[in-house]
Design a protein. Sequence first.
Length: 192
Amino acid sequence: MSFFKATVSHVFVLIMAMAMVCFSSGAIAEQDSPNSAQATSTSDVAKVRQKIQQINARLQEIQTQTLASNKDLVAQRNEFQGLLDGVMKDNGFKSTATLDRLKVIVEKLQGGSISEEEQQRLQKEYQQKSQQLRLAQRKAMQNKDVQAARSAYIEELVGAMKDQNPATETLIAELNTAQKQYQAMMQSSQSP
């Protein structure tokens, strides 16, 4: 259930955090290959993934503090988000409806008074809607105006985060290292 505890209002912030460190991944299986001499243990993978989550959480805290004290940056984020939403709409995607539905799903799942069958159905729908949102965002990110606005926003955001908390630069470096380690572990576990 913890996967669904992120509220929809954090979807954009999480997307920006991921974009900030240039890391994207889909659902990644943690299955070890029992016949592989290079198989990575599930516990090692889990430890690295937990480290990534902890660093992301810390960066999220810094980002939230930074935005709380910087109205100009919030305005820039809102302009970028508006541009992104507009391009997604022009591409035929209804982001508002999708985000509203994701919010409803999260509320139902957190309510806890649904059958296991309904929970599984909602989880599946959540994953599908999230995937559709990611694909629409990816397509919109191909627009040169969106790319320019994103780059400018991320540059300002990271700079402001570093001003807010000098540990930001170290955290980003640690995150990049952990992500590379995670990707290497996943590739070695999938090798014959």
